[in-house]
Design a protein around this ligand. Structure first.
Ligand SMILES: NC(=O)c1ccc[n+]([C@@H]2O[C@H](COP(=O)([O-])OP(=O)(O)OC[C@H]3O[C@@H](n4cnc5c(N)ncnc54)[C@H](O)[C@@H]3O)[C@@H](O)[C@H]2O)c1
Length: 259
């Protein structure tokens, strides 16, 4: 029997949120190029249409924080494609950045609705389908929220990503017996459109930044990583080559979080 390869997703089906830009887009393109049937979800239908003009890609424009829409999206994809093997949950926002006492709790609530509830919204309806295929869930955490807190003024984002990463570890234990793997990638600074989803609340960065934004990566200096770098890691975690990998956090940061 041939060993499973990272590159082959033929016969597999993947649903990717946040696929209109950045890491989600690069991952969706990569899985598609490796033979997967994909469904893509984003707030922006414009971005999805431009990136995936082919009719074979199911495109759904919705807010991941909408629970009913998420259930509909999963169901529509499975009805159309007949299976679901990989769920990649990349939709996320930076949200409010600034002194904690300049941030309104409503802004924090919104951030958590997108970055955390938006993840639960897809996992819950997808589970029976993933379970049927020994499928996988890949979450997108961050070096902020795990082992680097020098990006002062981003406590809501950091808390949301810390929650996503704890969720990944916890679900890996819970869902292992059901045959579903759960892993998290933790990107460092990656060149995407993420700053579009940032609302500055004055006086940023706050406190005394130890590293970022003055610091840099041991590997690439001030040059950020590319969305493709993260996509390659997600493709590995979502592939059969990672069949014994669950509960892992894979840092894609050029060593940024260690320096
Ligand atoms: N870029 C980085 O440096 C970096 C670092 C660590 C973690 N991340 C994480 O990576 C993930 C992807 O971010 P990115 O850098 O590719 O950013 P991006 O802004 O380029 O892409 C995010 C995509 O998600 C979509 N989106 C945002 N909110 C949504 C919602 N409520 N419903 C549906 N779609 C929504 C946006 O329209 C966009 O197309 C995020 O979870 C982010 O927190 C990014």
């Amino acid at each position: 029997m041939n060993a499973p390869t990272i590159s082959d997703f033929t016969g597999k089906a993947a649903l990717i949120t946040g696929a209109g830009s950045g890491i989600g887009l690069a991952t969706a393109q990569l899985l598609l190029s490796r033979g997967a049937t994909i469904g893509v979800i984003d707030m922006s239908m414009d971005r999805l249409q431009k990136a995936f003009p082919e009719d074979s890609v199911l495109k759904l424009s919705t807010d991941v924080s909408d629970t009913e829409d998420a259930a509909r999206a999963v169901s529509e994809f499975v009805v159309q494609v007949g299976r679901l093997d990989s769920l990649v949950l990349s939709a996320g926002i930076n949200g409010p950045m600034g002194k904690v006492d300049m941030i309104h709790p409503d802004e924090i609530r919104r951030l958590f609705e997108v970055n955390l509830i938006g993840v639960y919204n897809y996992i819950i309806p997808a589970l029976p389908h993933l379970e049927a295929n020994y499928g996988s869930i890949t979450l997108v955490g961050s070096i902020n929220g795990s082992r680097q807190f020098s990006w002062t003024g981003s406590s809501p984002y950091v808390a949301s990503k810390g929650a996503v990463m704890a969720l990944g570890r916890s679900l890996a234990v819970e869902l292992g017996p059901r045959g579903v793997r759960v892993n998290t990638v933790c990107p460092g600074s990656i060149k995407t459109n993420i700053l579009e989803s940032t609302t500055w609340r004055g006086g940023w960065p706050v406190g005394r930044p130890r590293h970022y934004p003055e610091g840099d990566s041991p590997l690439t200096g001030k040059v950020p990583g590319e969305a493709q770098d993260v996509a390659e890691a997600i493709a590995f975690l979502a592939s059969d080559a990672a069949k014994h990998v669950t509960g892992t956090e894979l840092f894609i940061d050029g060593g940024q979080s260690l320096a």
